[in-house]
Design a protein around this ligand. Structure first.
Ligand SMILES: C[S@@+](CC[C@H](N)C(=O)[O-])C[C@H]1O[C@@H](n2cnc3c(N)ncnc32)[C@H](O)[C@@H]1O
Length: 932
């Protein structure tokens, strides 16, 4: 085994960190969509039609045709084998016969599957196939903890300026002290956090990026399909949720949708939802890959049936109960565990690393002791229960015979003057020579009339992990949950270590607070994760940006984690095995006089001391339709055209049911007569404002131009189903609405480009007023979801209020002589926000904002996070502790604050500030760097 390298080279110059520009050509940056022409039709997925829900094989049943084909195949193979039997023997003939036999076996097992019992549910029979839009994924944000920290390091201490003094005091120490590193991958691979429905995202990975067959492990922690009304977390900071409490029923976009009472057919829709996603997950898995689905006991049986169907019952590797909580004190048995369903893509090829648990004084299994003077005795009850210390080596007695053997292992063997024989029909596990070696090593013990093998507890200081995980709840409060339904890291860690190698690709289509990404990052696996809800994604982003890990020694720095970690055999001061390689003394090794075998404990790689490892660069992505899909309504009634029409119809229907719009400035407005416009180029709908509904128009008129009472017809534009509204789309609608004398334009979208948002906010100054309403992503779940309560559908989010100012730095504060003395600084003043629960517009103080991010040189497209602030949270606490030698406390106060570090103007002459509001909404403003 190579030895670990002791230290690393000092990090690169702080100023020189650059976000990698291009990773995969298939993933353009946001803003490039106008040039992105790779439009693809939706992808159709079919289920195996033979798994139909009816057992009678009548003409209607899709099972009949494949079943008859299979019967014919068996008959044909039979005939062929009979023919071959007549031919002269030879290897060619034998091979052909084997081939025919395996065909028969295969057909037989498929026939059995067809005639076996299966799970049926409403809608299953009608849904033998389904379509998924095929959309590219675009990069919206690039993030790197190193980039953020090294930006802050690029300045010098200055004693005259308190702020700078606080900020740059650490510069007194040499840069070489800083050992801040991250794992990076070859070929510019960048890990990926994504906003989007798992079905759409997985389809993009398959059809746009050809990642089919390349994912080594998939971890799915879906909603459990129970108590649909509870258990979601609408706020970034508030972890407690209550069942059906209206205050918790978020009306914001993209809440944790599956935790609500919104499934059209309850469990039936839920099973459809799961089956669709599992089908795509299977396509993504590598031939040696594994999938784990986390589920509670309520639906374990159903989900297992669905997984049997999609992956094949023969590929079920294990059902693992794992502990999730301590006793709850309920009236009957406490349910303290959930389950993992582990399936292989192909059981025969599955990658598997055995995991081991440390053995510490296991007096349950090891009930004997060999005292220092050699005396062998059973443990006393006090010793077994830990009431009295044990002096000596623990051992247990193992069977020395087996049912198989022969003339060399059936002999009589004498120990201390007494002769022993295996019982009738049994044989010694080794020959005479071996037995003598065991006796010499003092490994034999007489138990009654027979001989047994002495297995010492320290023969192997570990025990194989089984499928029963009752140690997964952390013992301390140290690992406080960020997210109400967060999985304990240990559970996912085990799945990952068992079924992947460093550098392998891991996917979690149910990101939540990002536990899979976090664990994958910790263990040097590449990761992709997605979620439909912005609340957990905001938590995941923060968790990843501020995490610290051990730096596991790499076998090959050039190859990165893909080259593997270094494992070594090592003992601690007490002489216990403490390394990742441990000896395994066995009966066989003693009997054959061989050195003990060695096992690798994959969870114990060597660690480079003194290095703080942070999360490597990652991107934040979302699906976006291509240029055509985004900016134009399809003109031909093709499939996409039809889909678009259906989408507009659905949105119209939703708007009719939820016609009360709450606008900033405490305004409400009710729409009536909502319908498609007679002839239109760019508009989606028109409506009439119910005059009686106009309230509080005088309030805060400066913020929003008041609705006019003269004309009351308003125009409506729906943004694209799978991406942000572009400026062009909004402008076209706005021009048309102005020409047609509507009084206002309402723009409703799932997301919006910053330029489009800027245009909307300034529209009233140049003409027709315009308002942006954000729609919940739940609407994209189509048929699966029930009609939602009207108040949950559309919301207006505020805009960040920021001040940008020049600061003059003393020359002594500039490290790089080329840097400008005149720099810029951004202060977040707050957020004009709208609370959809109280229906009030409000100003949120900057210090209350969960997170804000700054790109000091915004290129108008992708947001490069160069500074990241988490006001009022201890988010940076980990890094603060780990880097305390490098940074003074005030730096961390700063990162939890509302004022940026000074920065020079970049080549684009503009900055962007992204604020994450308490409901996870992302609000972006762009400012030019120019003097007022
Ligand atoms: C139980 S949570 C996962 C928690 C995660 N294991 C953790 O440790 O934080 C399930 C997540 O799946 C997300 N989700 C539900 N349906 C989804 C879908 N169709 N596509 C993507 N994400 C979805 C929810 O928003 C929620 O955050």
């Amino acid at each position: 085994m190579p030895r670990p390298r002791k230290t690393s080279a000092p990090p690169k110059d702080a100023q020189s960190y650059r976000h990698p520009e291009a990773d995969l050509a298939a993933r353009p940056e946001i803003g490039a969509q106008a040039h992105f022409k790779k439009t693809k039709p939706p992808t159709s997925y079919r289920f195996d039609s033979s798994l139909a829900p009816e057992l009678q094989w009548d003409g209607q049943n899709p099972a009949r045709e494949p079943a008859e084909a299979l019967i014919k195949e068996i008959a044909d193979c039979g005939l062929r084998i009979a023919e071959l039997a007549k031919q002269p023997a030879g290897s060619e003939r034998d091979r052909e016969i084997t081939n025919q036999k395996s065909k028969i076996k295969n057909a037989e097992s498929r026939l059995r599957k067809i005639s076996g019992p299966f799970l049926n549910w409403s809608g299953k029979a009608e849904r033998l196939s389904f379509d998924v839009p095929t959309l590219p994924l675009f990069i919206h944000e690039r993030l790197s903890t190193k980039a953020i920290l090294e930006t802050l390091k690029g300045h010098k201490r200055d004693k005259q300026d308190d702020f700078l003094d606080a900020l740059y005091g650490f510069q007194e120490r040499p840069l070489a002290d800083q050992l801040l590193r991250a794992y990076e991958y070859r070929d510019n691979w960048v890990n990926r956090l994504m906003l989007g429905d798992s079905l759409v995202v997985m389809n993009s990975l398959l059809r746009y990026e050809s990642l089919g067959g390349q994912v080594q492990m998939i971890y799915v922690d879906p909603p459990y399909g129970v108590k649909f009304g509870s258990n979601f977390q609408p706020f970034v900071r508030k972890r407690d949720v209550s069942h059906n409490d209206d205050a918790d029923m978020t009306r914001e976009p993209e809440m944790v949708q599956a935790y609500r009472d919104t499934w059209e057919l309850g469990l039936h829709s839920y099973l459809t939802y799961l089956r669709d996603r599992l089908l795509l997950a299977r396509e993504l898995l590598a031939p040696s890959g594994s999938i784990f689905v986390q589920i509670s006991d309520e639906n374990l049986h159903h989900v297992r049936e669905v997984m049997d169907e999609v992956f094949g019952a023969e590929n079920c590797c294990a059902v693992i109960p794992f502990k999730k909580t301590s006793a709850l004190g309920s009236a009957r048995l406490d349910a303290v565990n959930d389950f993992l369903l582990w399936y292989a893509r192909d059981q025969e090829k599955v990658k598997y690393w055995q995991l081991y648990l440390p053995v510490v004084d296991d007096t349950y299994s090891f009930t004997w002791v060999q005292e220092p003077d050699g005396t062998e005795r059973r443990l006393t009850s006090e010793e077994r229960h830990g009431k009295k210390p044990i002096s000596g080596r623990l051992f247990r007695t193992d069977n020395l015979t087996s049912q198989s053997g022969g003339s060399t292992t059936g002999f009589a063997f004498a120990l201390q003057g007494k002769e022993y024989r295996p019982s009738s029909g049994a044989f010694w596990k080794t020959n005479e020579e071996g037995m003598r070696a065991l006796a010499r090593a003092n490994r034999l013990i007489a138990v009654g009339q027979t001989l047994a093998y002495k297995r010492f507890a320290d023969d192997f200081p570990a025990r194989r992990i089984t499928a029963w995980w009752d140690d997964t709840v952390p013992s301390t409060f140290a690992t406080e949950k960020l997210y109400v339904v967060q999985t304990y890291a240990k559970v996912i860690e085990r799945c990952l270590l068992m079924t992947t190698d460093p550098g392998d690709l891991v996917l979690d289509p149910t990101c939540g607070s990002g536990t899979t990404a976090y664990v994958a990052e910790q263990w040097g696996r590449r990761w992709i994760t997605c979620d439909t809800s912005r609340v957990p994604l905001a938590l995941a982003r923060q968790r990843l940006l501020t995490a610290t890990f051990d730096y596991y020694t790499l076998k090959d720095e050039q190859r990165g984690p893909a080259g593997g970690f270094v494992y070594e055999r090592r003992q601690n001061q007490k002489g216990e095995e403490a390394g990742g390689i441990v000896p395994h003394i066995t009966l066989k090794s003693i009997a054959h006089n061989e050195p003990p075998a060695e096992e690798v404990l994959v969870d114990r790689p060597e660690v480079v001391k003194g290095v703080v490892r942070v999360t490597g660069p990652f991107s934040f992505e979302a699906t976006i339709p291509t240029a055509e899909g985004l900016d134009t309504k399809p003109e031909t009634p093709d499939i996409q055209g039809e889909q678009y029409e259906m989408y507009v119809q659905r949105m119209l229907e939703v708007l009719r049911r939820a016609p009360v719009l709450r606008l900033p400035g405490n305004q409400t407005v009710t729409l009536k007569n909502i319908r498609p416009p007679a002839k239109t180029l760019a508009l989606s709908a028109e409506a009439v404002v119910d005059k009686a509904s106009l309230t509080n128009l005088a309030d805060d008129a400066s913020k929003q131009p008041a609705l006019t009472r003269e004309t009351d017809a308003v125009a409506i534009l729906f943004g694209p189903e799978n991406g942000p509204l572009s400026e062009r789309l909004v402008r076209e609608a706005w021009d048309e609405a102005g020409l047609k004398h509507y009084s206002r334009l309402y723009v409703i979208g799932f997301a919006i480009d910053p330029k489009a948002r800027q245009f909307i906010d300034s529209a009233a100054k140049i003409g027709l007023p315009c308002t942006y309403l954000q729609a919940t992503m739940d609407l994209q779940m189509g048929d699966l979801l029930k009609n939602m309560r009207s108040s949950q559908i559309f919301s207006v989010c505020g805009l960040p209020d920021v001040a940008v100012r020049r600061v003059k730095l003393p020359r002594s504060a500039i490290r790089n002589p080329q840097s400008a003395i005149e720099q810029w600084q951004v202060e977040l003043l707050g957020l004009d926000t709208f609370d959809p629960v109280t229906m009030e517009a409000d100003h949120l103080n900057a210090a209350e904002v969960p997170a804000w991010l700054l790109d000091t040189d915004y290129n108008g497209m992708v947001f490069r996070v160069r500074q990241a602030f988490f006001p009022r949270t201890g988010a940076w606490e980990n890094l603060k502790k780990a880097l305390r030698v490098e940074f003074e406390d005030t730096i961390w106060d700063h990162l939890a604050g509302t004022t940026s570090a000074p920065f020079p103007a970049g080549e684009h002459g503009q900055i962007a500030v992204k604020v994450i509001d308490p409901r996870g909404n992302e609000l972006l403003v762009v400012k030019k760097l120019e003097d007022k």
